[in-house]
Design a protein around this ligand. Structure first.
Ligand SMILES: [Zn+2]
Length: 308
C-alpha cells in the first residue's frame, strides 16, 4: 500500500526517467480526464507531498498544467515499459522518448493549473519526505491537538503530518512500546517516536524498500505488521480488522509490551535495542542514548547497539 515514502520514490523515478521529454502521445480512459490531451507537452518534473503525486507539464503556449494523482490503496504507476493490463485499467498512458508512463486503477486523478496545486495540500500537515525533515517536537504537538484520538488515528490523519500510512501506524507504536489504541493526550515523549519515524520514512523514500527492522535490508520486513506473535515476548498479537478498527485499517499490537495504561511514556531504550541493526540509528535526528547509562537495561542497550 503506497505511503509517503513510496510516492516520493515514484516521483523521483518519473523525474529521472522522463523529465525534460516531450509527450509524443497521450491517452486517457477516465471521465475526470475527458478533454485532456498532453500531446506535445513537456514533463517538467514529478513531485510528491505526503501521499499526493504531481506530474507537472509545460505546453509550448507557456501554460503550466499538473496531473494530480492519489493512489489510495490500489492505484499504481508503471514507469518505462508498456503495461500489459487491460485497457480499462490503464486510466492514463503517456508516451515519451524514453518509454511509457501508465497510471493503473488510479482512484483519484485530475488535471489542474500548476498554480492551483496548493489547494489540494494546504490542509495537510508538514511533509515527512519533503526537502527538510519536519521538527519532531512540532509534529508531536500537532498529533496531540486532539488528545482523545488513538495514537494510530493521529499518525494516519494527514492533517497532522503527511506521509505516514498504515504500516508505520502499526510498526512505530510497537517499536516504542505504546499501544496504537493509547490516547495521544496520555503519551509522554511522543517527539521520540517522531525522531525515529521521520528519518526512517525518509531513508525508505531515498533507498527503499520499506523495512522497519533493519534485519534484512533489501527486503520488506516488519516487526508486527502482518505477523501473529510478538518478536520480543512471543505473546500472541491482538488485531483489528479494517472493519473493527476505530481508524478503519488493520492493526496489530502486543497486549503485553503495548499495554494501555493511564499514562504511557515512549520507550526509547526499547526502540534503540529493536533498531540496533537499522541504519536509521545513524541519522542525526535519531535519539541518542543517555550519556552515562547506569541501569542494567541501559547497559544491555549499549551492548546490542554496537555496530555488527
Ligand atoms: Zn510483546
Amino acid at each position: 500500500m503506497p505511503e509517503g515514502d513510496t510516492i516520493r520514490r515514484l516521483a523521483d523515478r518519473i523525474t529521472e526517467r522522463f523529465a525534460g521529454q516531450r509527450c509524443a502521445r497521450s491517452v486517457t480512459r477516465d471521465p475526470r480526464l475527458v478533454g485532456l490531451d498532453l500531446t506535445g507537452a513537456v514533463l517538467v518534473e514529478a513531485d510528491a507531498f505526503g501521499k499526493h503525486l504531481f506530474l507537472r507539464f509545460l505546453r509550448d503556449s507557456g501554460e503550466r498544467l499538473t496531473v494530480h494523482a492519489h493512489l489510495l490503496m490500489d492505484g499504481r504507476f508503471v514507469v518505462g515499459p508498456a503495461s500489459k493490463e487491460h485497457e480499462w485499467r490503464r486510466r492514463l498512458e503517456l508516451w515519451f522518448d524514453d518509454g511509457r508512463l501508465t497510471g493503473l486503477d488510479i482512484p483519484l486523478i485530475r488535471a489542474l493549473p500548476t498554480a492551483r496545486e496548493h489547494e489540494l495540500i494546504d490542509h495537510l500537515g508538514p511533509d515527512l519526505c519533503g526537502p527538510v525533515p519536519p521538527d519532531p517536537v512540532t509534529v508531536a504537538a500537532r498529533l496531540q491537538h486532539d488528545p482523545d484520538a488513538p495514537l494510530a488515528t493521529a499518525l494516519l490523519d494527514q492533517r497532522n503530518v503527511a506521509g505516514f500510512g498504515n504500516v508505520y501506524a502499526v510498526e512505530f507504536p510497537f517499536v516504542v512500546g505504546v499501544s496504537p489504541n493509547q490516547s495521544v493526550g496520555t503519551i509522554d515523549g511522543l517527539e521520540g517516536l517522531l525522531a525515529i519515524g521521520t528519518p526512517m520514512i525518509r531513508q525508505h523514500a531515498a533507498k527503499g524498500p520499506r523495512n522497519t527492522t533493519g534485519r534484512r535490508l533489501g527486503t520488506a520486513d516488519h516487526f508486527v505488521y502482518g505477523r501473529q506473535s510478538c518478536p520480543v515476548c512471543a505473546t500472541p498479537l491482538q488485531h483489528w480488522t479494517d472493519r473493527d478498527s476505530p481508524w478503519g485499517r488493520v492493526a496489530s499490537w502486543c497486549p503485553d509490551c503495548q499495554r494501555v495504561t493511564p499514562r504511557r511514556t515512549v520507550d526509547l531504550v526499547r526502540a534503540r535495542r529493536l533498531l540496533a541493526l537499522h541504519p536509521v540509528r545513524r541519522d542525526p535526528l535519531f535519539p541518542r542514548a543517555d550519556p552515562a547509562p547506569t541501569t542494567t537495561a541501559a547497559a544491555n542497550e549499549t551492548e546490542v547497539s554496537a555496530d555488527p
